[in-house]
Design a protein around this ligand. Structure first.
Ligand code: TPP
Length: 663
């Protein structure tokens, strides 16, 4: 067993050599996460000895021929540990390991979560927890069918064991007696919200696998001899799959990172990196890697900037005095209302990202509410139905996670249990849009409007900023008695409304640019669509979520550069849709442009069908959105520009459309 080099010879590493390599791999992981400025430090370090043993000793593979048919296969089910996959691949020669300095940068193959189409050696794309073991089962079944000798390995997290799909796969592997399959649980005892045992206990984990027909080996996940012995035992085990429960320490190798939940998704700063490398006792080309990352970033920034439509001056946020705007993330508005709202029936359910989506604000400063907060663990599908059960008994449950999981992974549960049952469940979908940034495509929800707006009984709210999100959250509690879904963004986005700005669930607001003011937001007035008289504008720009702020900035550019007047329509509720506002926008301007930080057509198709089913007049119609592609890794505002979602793109397209109308 081992690596086959270019001449086809097997290279054998001793346990000591593997231990030394694992330390160096840790160093490379930390340098790459430092260069990225974000990334999953704790869980990458905890599995370094496991991956070093697999890639340097246990697995048969050829870095010079990544698709060699006889290779052993490794899958990461816990895709956030991406650095722990990239580094051993580079270290063993699939590419230059120094390239991992480009981790999470736009245009680099080292995505926030692995993309198999971008990098040799990545057997499957991943990032949504709980899916990898099923892929490994499929691979192992196919290998058996084709009588291949290869073995299949799958690395999982211990928090990840809370996903129901793990147990579906475990049952399948046991049922098919897949003795060519080895699962590895990196049991570091921590997940995002804290101790695994507090968030949702998984023990006795070995007993559970045993009951599902697996052979179970428990070992010290930082002892190379113990890991070698465990993998050898798995290879000798016939008639059943093996799971290795590897007892590890999150953040292993660096004293100030070890056992700290806060280091789950934190990057080391420069001084922390230096201290960490010295503790690890490794000497690596750190400066060269940092220079590589900086050079890449410089080029990316220049290319993206060059591609941005240009006007007589820069209208970018805060670029000139009059474009000054405060920034706050929409999820904070949600957290504020959840904290302040006194409705005693409200309960909240966490899915191991409670701080990240602000649902923890329900109890953070109000310990007396702790009994009304329920940690579900990483279990989006069950959590959705648990919320329905609570709603049935008169509670007002909020269940939240990232939109890709809230709307996507649990779609059937949302459809059949929540919507068909018409329960008063409040679903919170965070991380909407590409502005999520470096985590990349797997975490950027771009499909929720398609997924959610088609469900009967459902209400869909996409507020434009933190202040409006607070009001929308209040409406979810006080006004809407039935299923509803709220989408918000990850990053801080412009604050364009205030507590006194009109907001009404189900009614769009019309935003008008009135000319430059010292502060950006003061240059606009907002009226409910029911109160707004027609100003016979040249174009209507219809948008939702933080993209409304871009539409407002576009209205500014259009007026100042071309004298074109715009009616910006803030569609804070997508379902029920304010059809009257859509129709009057179309009939009174004759020119409609929809803008969404979503796959093109989520908002656009809703607006188009509302207008076109009744349209008796000529209309110029256009859409801006993500063009049928997945999101990407990069900095949030970089991605808004790269995906053509900035005000500059809106203004350019609106200018062209207004020109067509005039002809
Ligand atoms: C389906 C899904 N839900 C939530 C997340 C967000 N998430 C990323 S890592 C993580 C915690 C994982 O904990 P664990 O499996 O113990 O990994 P480790 O502590 O080793 O990093 C969560 C909840 C995700 N990536 N996928």
């Amino acid at each position: 067993m081992g690596i086959f080099n270019t001449s086809g010879n097997e290279k054998n590493y001793s346990a000591d050599e593997i231990a030394k390599a694992a330390q160096e791999m840790r160093g490379y992981m930390l340098i790459s996460i430092h260069c990225a400025g974000s990334g999953h430090t704790g869980g990458s370090l905890s599995c370094a000895d496991i991956v070093a043993t697999l890639y340097l000793r246990t697995m048969r593979h050829k870095p010079s021929d990544p698709n060699w048919d006889a290779r052993d296969r490794l899958f990461f089910s816990a895709g956030h540990k991406a650095p722990a996959w990239y580094v051993p691949l580079g270290y063993t020669g699939y590419f230059d390991v120094k390239q991992t300095a480009l981790l999470r940068k736009y245009g680099s193959p080292f995505k926030g979560h692995p993309d198999r189409q971008k990098l040799p050696g990545i057997e499957a794309s991943c990032g949504s927890l709980g899916q990898g073991l099923s892929i490994a089962v499929g691979d192992a079944l196919a290998a058996r069918l084709d009588k291949k000798e290869c073995r299949v390995y799958c690395i999982m997290g211990d928090g990840e064991q809370q996903e129901g799909q793990i147990w579906e796969a475990a049952m399948e592997a046991g049922h098919y007696k897949l003795d060519n399959l080895v699962g590895i649980v990196d049991k570091n005892l921590l997940q995002i919200d804290g101790n695994v045992s507090d968030v949702m206990g998984i023990d006795p984990i070995g007993e559970k696998y045993r009951a599902f027909g697996w052979h179970v080996v428990e070992c010290d996940g930082h002892s190379i001899p113990a890991l070698i012995a465990a993998f050898d035992e798995a290879a000798r085990t016939k008639g059943k799959p093996t799971v290795i429960i590897a007892n590890t320490v999150k953040g292993k190798g660096v004293s100030f990172i070890e056992n700290q939940a806060g280091w789950h998704g934190r990057a080391p700063k420069k001084d922390e990196l230096d201290k960490a490398l010295s503790e690890l006792g490794v000497s690596l080309p750190k400066d060269e890697m940092i220079a590589l990352a900086e050079a890449h970033q410089k080029k990316v920034s220049a290319d993206i900037e060059a591609a941005l439509p240009k006007f007589s001056k820069s209208y970018w946020w805060n670029a000139q005095d009059t474009m000054k705007v405060g920034m706050k993330s929409t999820k904070e508005g949600f957290g504020e209302e959840l904290e302040q709202n006194d409705n005693p029936n409200v309960v909240a359910l966490g899915a191991d990202i409670s701080g990240s989506i602000s649902i923890n604000m329900f109890h953070k400063n109000k310990p007396e509410r702790k009994s009304r907060f329920f940690s579900m663990g990483i279990a989006e599908q069950s959590g959705t139905c648990v919320a329905a059960g609570m709603a049935k008994e008169g509670k007002i449950p909020f269940f939240g996670t990232y939109g890709v999981f809230a709307a996507g992974r649990a779609l059937d549960q949302v459809r059949t249990t929540v919507c068909y049952g018409n329960w008063n469940v409040k679903i919170v979908g965070a991380h909407g849009g590409v502005s999520v940034g470096p985590d990349g495509a797997t975490h950027q929800a771009l499909e929720e409007i398609f997924q959610i707006a088609g469900l009967p009984n459902m209400s869909l709210l996409i507020p434009c900023d933190a202040a409006e999100t607070k009001k929308a959250t209040a409406a979810m509690i006080g006004q809407i008695n039935g299923p509803c879904y709220i989408r918000f963004a990850r990053e801080a986005t412009p604050i364009v409304t205030s507590a006194s700005t009109p907001y009404k669930f189900g009614t769009a607001t019309i935003i008008t640019y009135n000319g430059e003011q010292p502060k950006f937001a003061d240059a606009f007035t907002h009226q409910l669509s029911t109160d707004a008289p027609s100003a016979k504008e040249d174009i209507a720009i219809i948008s939702c979520g933080p993209e409304v702020a871009e539409a407002m900035r576009a209205a500014w550019i259009l007026k100042e550069e071309f004298g074109i007047t715009s009616r910006v329509v803030n569609l804070s509720t997508l379902k029920p849709l304010d059809k009257r506002a859509m129709l009057s926008a179309a009939s009174e301007t004759g020119c409609v442009l929809t803008c969404e930080e979503h796959q093109k057509g989520g908002l656009g198709n809703l607006v188009a069908s509302a207008i076109l089913t009744e349209c008796q007049f000529p209309l110029v119609f256009g859409m801006i959105g993500v063009e049928d592609r997945f999101g990407d890794t990069g900095a949030p505002w970089e991605l808004i520009k790269a995906f053509g979602l900035a005000a500059e793109h809106i203004a350019k397209k609106a200018h062209e459309m207004a020109g067509k109308k005039r002809k």
